[in-house]
Ligand binder design. Structure first.
Ligand SMILES: Cc1ncc(COP(=O)(O)O)c(C=O)c1O
Length: 391
């Protein structure tokens, strides 16, 4: 019997990090020593008080279905936080949907608004799931190259020229995976001017919002007056509170979208795990010192790693201003990104990602995750330098 998958499954992409991790693990099984700089998750444990809150919630019986869009107390805590972080007052909790991760918050927003043929503008290089979902939904991908000289922000003229009557969605991600760039406030304001009042939904993926190294927190387009009806904030606890495995994220949707989002949740995961949400509440309401210490450690690693990389002949490493990635330009090595990533894994024992895992404009770059110790990051640069020297 020839079994056929639906054609749409062929349009789904994957994440390169998981592929490389698998290859690296296979090398480790052969006895090779690998420094893992491929995976995008904090290498810190979930703060203790959050774990305790999760355990207590299990003991207290938070083991059943909960409200579709999430527990009111967690949604209220998120609404309160939006006042502090975005200056948004009185966000109705009906607009907030708790999800098992930031990914479903994104997926459901795209499912809710995109029709076949709609154009979606997104950053390239960028989180590979954007392009994957655009294709899956038969929308039209419009990748906009990021400009290294602008700290990996858009060329605003190019962005403006890419907006057409078919544009239905614009995806922003700041701080940014994979470049570590943060979109400056003046660019956000200019982008808001380009889209405000048009039939364009902006997805603001803010999953790295609390991990930044400048004086000011990243500015969100959701904070620009007049944008509430056309902006979805995608956020969660995976990176900010080292909770990737708990699967806890959320979307802040325009009021007109929430019913559709709620139906998508009913039709897929029903709700998000109840005890996980109680842990999320503790994450928001409890002490933040471990999270701040994590960011301080990422800053140290960023400083050491980007300084060391910049000394390696052939590499140019813009200093990341947020998230926990470094994205050096490797063009002067004379090697392609895929080739160099392969060589580094198999010859140097350094696992990283080719910039092309994030789109065609990622060619000429590598992504290194800073989710490893300072010693290992420094050792990785030594290995990279030695390998490049050998030619
Ligand atoms: C830009 C970006 N958005 C969303 C996500 C997904 O986050 P979550 O694990 O909460 O689904 C990631 C994870 O790597 C990411 O890098």
């Amino acid at each position: 019997m020839p079994w056929n998958l639906a054609e749409r499954t062929g349009r789904l992409g994957v994440e390169g990090a998981f592929d490389v991790l698998q290859k690296a693990r296979a090398l480790e099984a052969q006895g090779k020593h690998i420094i893992h700089l491929e995976i995008g998750e904090p290498d810190f444990p979930t703060p203790r008080h959050i774990v305790e809150a999760g355990k207590k919630a299990l003991d207290d019986g938070y083991t059943h279905y909960g409200p579709t869009m999430g527990m009111p107390e967690l949604r209220a805590a998120i609404a309160e936080r939006l006042t502090q972080t975005h200056g948004l007052r009185d966000v109705a909790i009906e607009r907030i949907g708790i999800m098992p991760g930031a990914k479903p918050a994104l997926f459901f927003a795209m499912m809710a608004v995109l029709e076949k043929g709609d154009e979606v503008i997104y950053p390239d290089p960028g989180f590979p799931i954007y392009a994957s979902l655009v294709r899956f939904l038969e929308a039209v991908p419009v990748p906009i190259p990021l400009v290294e000289e602008r700290s990996f922000s858009f060329d605003l003229n190019k962005l403006r020229d890419s907006i057409t009557p078919r544009t239905r969605m614009l995806i922003l991600n700041s701080p940014h995976n994979p470049t570590g760039g943060v979109i400056p406030k003046e660019d956000i304001l200019a982008i808001a001017d380009m889209v405000r009042g048009k039939d364009i939904v902006v997805i603001s993926d803010e999953i790295y919002a609390s991990i930044y190294f400048g004086d000011e927190p990243p500015f969100s387009i959701a904070a620009v007056p007049g944008m509430a009806d056309q902006t979805v904030i995608v956020d969660g606890f995976s990176k900010s509170h080292a909770m990737t495995g708990w699967r806890l994220g959320y979307g802040v949707y325009p009021a007109w979208m929430s019913d559709a989002i709620s139906k998508l949740v009913v039709n897929s995961n029903s709700c998000t795990a109840s005890f996980t949400q109680r842990a999320g509440l503790a994450a928001l309401q409890g002490p933040q010192d471990e999270c701040l210490a994590m960011v301080a450690e990422f800053r140290k690693r960023r400083d050491a790693f980007s300084t060391a990389l910049a000394r390696v002949p052939g590499l140019r490493c813009p200093v990341p201003t947020g998230a926990f990635y470094a994205f050096p330009n490797i063009r002067h090595t004379g090697l392609g990104s895929r080739e160099l990533a392969h060589t580094l894994l198999y010859d140097a024992g350094v696992a990283c990602l080719s910039g092309t895992a994030f789109g065609e404009y990622g060619d000429g770059y590598l992504r290194f995750s800073l989710a490893n110790s300072l010693e290992n990051l420094v050792a990785a640069v030594e290995r990279i330098q030695a390998t490049l020297k050998q030619g």
